[in-house]
Design a protein around this ligand. Structure first.
Ligand code: NAP
Length: 211
């Protein structure tokens, strides 16, 4: 399966850093081919191909790193190209001051994205993982959790298998509607991390499961 990451911001960079040692080939797409080429060279990534966003959309599994406000028009513009693909959604629909959600209680970014793209399979992941944790995933010998969500069980399993080797504990987070909770958990962990002075190095680990 062809894998791509879209975007060269904080999460885009972190996702490529964490995935590249374990994924045979990644296409890394950006609106700026110059920027993504420079990042690939600087990171000395052997298995990462810098591409235009349009080429990255040809992958079977596309991990985007857009803000939810940019994601909606992007999804509408690319609906046909994204049909039949798995789109991994990492977005959290927060206001620009990170004080609140931009969506009502009865929905989530992942569900709204799925609604916009009925012919694409949306799988949620990395929503609670702040970018600094992607740079340094192990904290005091422990890995943090990634809750993978989706209404299509086989697509969710494909993404869980893809993420399995990375230094995180990959857990089945259930249905897409669980993102109503998962996305809000990110706002909560951010607030607590700021209070305790370790923001933006923050992620969750659920106590009592497995190892
Ligand atoms: N920051 C975190 O720690 C964190 C944690 C969990 C989840 N998230 C979620 O991850 C997403 C990205 O966060 P971030 O902090 O990485 O943001 P960021 O640093 O601002 O990066 C966003 C990237 O999206 C791409 N982009 C922006 N507008 C676009 C458009 N119209 N079309 C195509 N690509 C566009 C850009 O990449 P190019 O310029 O290369 O095209 C940009 O670098 C958000 O949805 C956020 O809720 C973030």
């Amino acid at each position: 399966m062809k894998i791509s990451v879209i975007g060269t911001g904080r999460m885009g960079k972190g996702l490529v850093q964490v995935l590249s040692p374990f994924v045979e080939k990644i296409m890394w797409g950006s609106r700026s081919s110059e920027k993504v080429l420079g990042l690939v060279e600087a990171g000395k990534y052997e298995h990462v191909k810098p591409v235009e966003t349009t080429e990255a959309l040809q992958a079977d599994i596309i991990i985007h790193s857009l803000w939810f406000r940019d994601l909606q028009p992007w999804a509408i513009a690319n609906e046909k190209t994204l049909a039949g693909k798995i789109l991994v959604d990492i977005s959290n629909p927060f206001t620009e001051d990170f004080k609140d959600f931009t969506l009502d209680w009865g929905t989530s970014a992942a569900e709204e994205l799925q609604r916009l793209l009925p012919n694409t399979t949306v799988v949620g992941a990395f929503k609670n993982t702040f970018f600094k944790v992607l740079e340094q995933p192990i904290y005091q010998g422990q890995q943090s959790d990634i809750y993978v969500t989706g209404d299509d069980e086989s697509a969710k399993r494909i993404v869980m298998d893809l993420l399995d080797p990375i230094p995180f504990r990959v857990l089945d987070g259930g249905r897409l509607m669980n993102n109503r909770t998962i996305e809000r958990m990110t706002l909560f962990e951010r607030e607590v991390a700021i209070r305790y002075g370790n923001y933006p190095y923050i992620s969750y680990r659920m106590f009592g499961i497995g190892n």
